[in-house]
Design a protein around this ligand. Structure first.
Ligand SMILES: Cc1ncc(COP(=O)(O)O)c(C=O)c1O
Length: 192
């Protein structure tokens, strides 16, 4: 069995590959990704390695921490507090709290929970083609993946920015008038 079949057999086939002929990437360095056959690709897409692939400072910090302690934040520890202090020092005073998450899905899911707790409301607006991750809630909010028949009533759809596309009708302009959407959702008794 080739790698593609082995992956589908044991990891399932729900996650699509990039490209019809999937790339077999074995190494990342700075802005480069390297394939098993030694080809180097300039990575202008990857959204995880924010400060470069295999950044030596990050690698060293991860290795040192993994060799010291890996547990949860219900214990007290100065590192995470210092990080939160450093981050919030770069904001204005209204933003003082950090919630550290392990994934984009978790961050978006938590943001939804916070918004619901704060407003006491339920709904949200998302842009067409958006992807928010794979928890139950944010999957439903992701038109890119969630089929329209599964879209819940509490989710309102607005057009995304597409000024760069030569479309006759610029949906982005409609998206700038959310009041209309709010009224439509109101009729469905799903207040925002
Ligand atoms: C825009 C966007 N939101 C959310 C996610 C979900 O992040 P994660 O895969 O870390 O859960 C992704 C992941 O590709 C993303 O590109």
């Amino acid at each position: 069995m080739d790698l593609k079949d082995r992956r589908n057999k044991h990891l399932g086939n729900a996650d699509k590959f990039f490209y019809q002929e999937p790339l077999h990437i074995v190494k990342g360095e700075d802005v480069w990704l390297e394939s098993s056959s030694g080809e180097r690709y300039l990575d202008v897409y990857n959204n995880v390695a924010h400060i470069g692939h295999s950044n030596p400072i990050v690698v060293e910090a991860i290795a040192a921490q993994a060799a010291t302690l890996n547990t949860n934040t219900r214990y007290i520890h100065e590192n995470i507090i210092e990080l939160a202090e450093e981050i919030t020092a770069t904001f204005n005073n209204e933003l003082e709290i950090c919630y550290f998450c392990c994934s984009g899905s978790e961050a978006n899911d938590l943001a939804l929970q916070i918004a619901r707790a704060h407003t006491g409301q339920n709904g949200c607006l998302v842009t067409e083609n958006a992807y928010h991750g794979n928890t139950t809630a944010v999957f439903q909010m992701s038109p890119e993946d969630c089929p329209p028949e599964k879209k819940e009533e509490w989710i309102g759809l607005v057009g995304g920015p597409k000024k760069y596309l030569p479309t006759k009708k610029n949906i982005y302009l409609k998206a700038l008038k959310p009041q209309k959407k709010l009224k439509i959702m109101g009729r469905h008794q799903q207040p925002l």
